[in-house]
Design a protein around this ligand. Structure first.
Ligand SMILES: Cc1ncc(COP(=O)(O)O)c(C=O)c1O
Length: 922
């Protein structure tokens, strides 16, 4: 078959950004329902009938394309709709469209075959097409299997009938099939249809789709077409499998081939659960499909706990709450039982046997469940943590860092890392993030700054002691690193550098292709594979010759590549599963991709795990982590995709609403990322006139040094004259019950999550409109004096912002680096931390000019003896051993926040006395 070659060669594999085809699909069905019910009305003007018929035809045409990627309504159902339309049987058409809409919104098509032709005229419609929550719970989970096959209608019908016939009442799941005729349609299908959980790729199908619907084609424009456009017939199946695995790695893939299985390249076949040779045995396929889903559905620890809770046991052990005994026998705390229900008490136990397991030394269901989590999150190993990422971070640091090791770490990281450094006794080299003074927040650490420090340690002959780079990805405010680039260039300088990526906010990122590329685990896997390849060896050789003889200083602006013969991929990620996925509070995970783990890290890791983990870890948290993992493997793609779409909707609504945009704006890439880090040139994701710039977004996510996570929305409120904190508490919370987390002086941060719904988005917009209307009225009613006060407030919030201070430096008493020939900035934070335990080493000075100002003038250096952490920005502006700078003092004086940990304005800053410092220097 002659196939058109396109000239587009741009390499991309990013698919998330589109303006929601799923929302368009549902909205179109709703519109169609409205049109058809109007057509069914008896008395309508002729002109109106013609117009509505045209709209109906358009809606049917659009939906026909959408529905060719879904099992319900089927092709046959659609032919029936067209038939009714052409026959002008509008009453019947309206009734059937209404049934389809009910079945789609109520989800009943998932559990029973809906035969649209069976209901006779005049008969009651099936109003049971909605399920109550209890009924939904009893339904067998439903999914769809994609067949890539060019067969005709009859053959497809035969395939569907054959597979339907194999259904058994005892099957745990039920599925239907979707058949698409080409390579491109298959890619569209898996991205558009969230119900697809498995794909059977047959042979002899063409490359290109004949579907020209722009919104769906947009999916394809985001795939690197060079990856497949030259595919020959024989390679097409494996190629498709490869791409599918990259886009949705959770899918079960089956290949049916008519070439000898041995002829298919070995590395490609790994992507398939099973390869069939000219397979016609439907039962075998059917059982494989069910088994594939079962493998993801399985929740070993949740099952074990549920099973345990049903067993009759006598408790002669700790925990009177176990089995609810201390609650049900109580006269005074009975409502605890009523509130929680009995199951939680039945599942509370301190047993580690009887089918349960020990988190500290897992060998049963916890071990199995952690292995499944590793698979789901793309790690080599995964460890569950029940005290949040605060603890996960300390475990990883203790496992890898010994006293004296040098650690490069972003200064605005979470406080658990600073404490981790104290505990480990690391020599800490703080890295400054670029500041966003206009919003009182920090961005992230530029790669150049990291390279500069690494090259400095190289010059000082200390690279061997630099153990780890620790960065936060994404940051609280949603700045996302180019993880691949950071790791590649750092490994070029130090080939065995360990990376700890704090992904506390980024657990969801692994379940959508564009975000996944910027996660630690996916990048580690990709890099390890790349460095093994012959292509990379050749590329590296050419690069080595090109940069031979260059001085280190010249390498700063050069793109660096690691030596494949020396590089080791050693990557850790800590994730607060509970922050972005389903898990009870404190449920976190440590993901590991470390080539040296088993021989270098396993033992210290076990010790670190023991150090920080309770001997009574909470089973409910563990069970919820197991369930959260099942969920992401089966519906993570759908949920994250919808989350991104909803976040885009919020941005769009605010930017295009005349009143909202007068007072509010969401910070754009150009506001949060300096231009030198945006190679793509993207300034804004959305423009009210031009719409969404999907192309630029993809380019940015592929290449830019930093991008902004769309799901985190920083609303600038400076123009309202209300500061972030007041806006959060008095407006959003007290008046409208909207909870948010973080504020800065002139911003508030809204986070979407996988539970965000279209109605919660509508509510938020409604509330913002109400607030804006109120502000508008206040302004209209204000007299001259009031107006001037308001202007001053706006000015103060938008212009009078104190510059954020950089990390100053460690005092020589705590900085070994200061004594070296080549001076390095690291300091011994642990020494300073514990030195302050001795009261006589410390004094307190208030930060007013007369006290601290005078002391600064007369003395050498003032040195902090404690952490000082204002909220916001929420990270220490002073750490033990750090010299107090003028910039830090000015910042503190200008701060109007109420909460500063480690500092009492009446007592002042805790500082080391001159004598105490002198003692250390002597
Ligand atoms: C970047 C970062 N890391 C770690 C943590 C701690 O996570 P957890 O609350 O799970 O202990 C947080 C909490 O906000 C955080 O923002």
């Amino acid at each position: 078959m002659a196939e058109k070659k396109t000239t587009r060669k741009k390499a991309r594999v990013n698919l998330d950004f589109y303006h929601s085809p799923t929302q368009l699909r549902f909205d179109t069905w709703n519109r169609l329902e409205e049109y058809t019910s109007r057509l069914a009305e008896k008395h309508m003007r002729k002109a109106d009938v013609a117009a509505i018929k045209r709209k109906t035809r358009e809606a049917l045409t659009l939906l026909e394309t959408f529905e060719s990627y879904s099992a319900f309504p089927s092709d046959d159902d659609f032919r029936f709709l067209w038939y009714l339309f052409e026959e002008q049987d509008f009453g019947e058409l309206a009734r059937i469209v209404a049934r389809i809409v009910r079945a789609l919104t109520g989800g009943t098509y998932r559990s029973r075959h809906i035969n649209l032709r069976l209901v006779e005229d005049g008969e009651e419609d099936h109003d049971d097409e909605y399920y109550s929550p209890d009924e939904q719970h009893l339904q067998r989970p439903y999914f769809e299997v994609l067949f890539v096959d060019e067969s005709g209608n009859d053959e497809i019908r035969r395939l569907r009938d054959n597979l339907h016939r194999l259904r058994r009442p005892e099957d745990q799941f039920v599925y239907d099939i979707v058949v698409v005729p080409s390579f491109e349609d298959a890619l569209i299908a898996i991205l558009f249809n969230f119900n697809i959980q498995a794909a059977v790729i047959r042979y002899g199908f063409p490359l290109h789709s004949v579907n020209h619907l722009e919104i769906l084609k947009r999916y394809l424009s985001k795939i690197d077409e060079t990856a497949y456009e030259d595919a020959l017939d024989i390679e097409r199946g494996p190629q498709l499998g490869n791409l599918m695995a990259e886009l949705r790695p959770e899918l079960d893939l089956y290949l049916v081939t008519d070439t000898a299985v041995e002829d298919i390249a070995g590395n490609v076949t790994q992507k398939f659960n099973r390869i069939f040779y000219q397979q016609e045995d439907y039962l075998d396929l059917h059982l494989n499909i069910l088994r594939g889903i079962q493998a993801r559905f399985d929740t070993p620890f949740f099952n074990a706990l549920r099973h345990y809770s049903r067993q009759p046991t006598g408790v002669f052990h700790a925990m009177p709450i176990s089995r609810g005994k201390s609650v049900t026998r109580s006269h005074w705390i009975r409502e605890m039982g009523l509130f929680y229900g009995m199951n939680i008490f039945l599942a509370e136990t301190s047993a580690t046997s009887g089918g349960l397991d020990s988190l500290l030394q897992p060998h049963g269901p916890i071990k199995k469940a952690q292995e499944l989590a590793a698979r789901a999150f793309g790690a080599k190993r995964t460890y569950w943590v029940t005290n949040g990422t605060s603890t996960a971070n300390k475990i990883v640091v203790q496992a890898l860092v010994k006293p004296g090791d040098i650690i490069l770490i972003d200064r605005d990281c979470h406080k658990s890392h600073h404490y981790g450094m104290v505990l480990a006794g690391a020599q800490v080299c703080y890295l400054d993030s670029y500041p966003l003074n206009d919003y009182s927040m920090y961005g992230a650490v530029p790669l150049k700054e990291i390279k500069q420090q690494l090259l400095l340690y190289k010059k000082a002959g200390l690279l061997g002691r630099v153990k780890m780079l620790l960065l936060t990805n994404c940051t609280f405010d949603g700045v996302v690193y180019n993880v691949e680039r950071v790791m590649e260039e750092c490994l070029a300088i130090k080939p065995d550098l360990i990376f700890l990526w704090d992904e506390a906010w980024f657990a969801f990122a692994g379940f959508t292709p564009t975000y996944r590329r910027r996660t630690a685990m996916a990048t580690a896997r990709r890099l390890q594979a790349r460095y093994r390849s012959a292509e990379y060896a050749a590329e590296y050789e050419a690069y080595r010759q090109r940069i031979a003889g260059r001085k280190d200083a010249e390498l700063l602006d050069e793109r660096l590549y690691p030596d494949p013969s020396r590089v080791r991929i050693r990557v850790y990620a800590t994730q607060s599963t509970h922050k972005s996925l389903t898990s009870l509070r404190q449920g976190s995970m440590i993901h590991v991709h470390d080539q040296d783990f088993s021989h270098k890290v396993q033992e210290p890791f076990d010790e670190a795990f023991m150090t920080h983990t309770s001997t009574s870890p909470n089973y409910q948290i563990l069970a919820s982590l197991d369930m959260g993992r099942r969920q992401v493997e089966l519906e993570g793609f759908e949920m994250v995709q919808k989350q991104i779409e909803l976040a885009m909707t919020i941005r769009e609504r605010v930017a295009s609403h005349p009143l909202l945009s007068k007072y509010f704006s969401f910070l754009r890439p150009r506001d949060m990322i300096p231009v030198e880090f945006r190679r793509s040139g993207i300034g804004s994701y959305f423009d009210p006139k031009a719409g969404w710039d999907a192309g630029a977004m993809e380019e940015a996510w592929t290449n830019d040094e930093f991008v902004v996570d769309l799901t985190r929305l920083t609303l600038y409120v400076g123009l309202t004259g209300i500061d972030g904190d007041t806006f959060k508490n008095e407006y959003l919370m007290d008046k409208y019950g909207i909870q948010i987390n973080k504020t800065s002086r002139n911003t508030v941060l809204f986070m979407t999550n996988i539970g965000t719904s279209r109605s919660s988005v509508a509510f938020l917009i409604e509330v913002l409109v109400k607030i804006a209307t109120e502000l508008e009225q206040e302004r209209e009613d204000a007299n001259r004096v009031e107006r001037r006060i308001l202007e001053k407030r706006v000015h103060s919030l938008s212009k009078d912002l104190p510059p954020l201070p950089d990390f100053s430096h460690f005092h020589a008493a705590f900085a070994q680096g200061a004594k070296r020939r080549v001076k390095t900035p690291d300091g011994d934070i642990r020494r300073a931390f514990f030195y302050a335990y001795d009261d006589e080493n410390c004094e307190y000075l208030t930060i007013d000019e007369a006290t601290i100002g005078a002391a600064m003038k007369g003395r050498r250096e003032l040195v902090s003896a404690s952490f000082v952490t204002p909220y916001p920005p929420g990270f220490p502006i002073l750490v033990p051993g750090q010299v107090v700078s003028e910039e830090i003092l000015s910042f503190m004086r200008a701060l109007d926040v109420k909460e500063i940990h480690g500092y009492d304005p009446e007592i002042g800053l805790q500082l080391f006395t001159d004598e105490a410092l002198k003692k250390l220097l002597d």
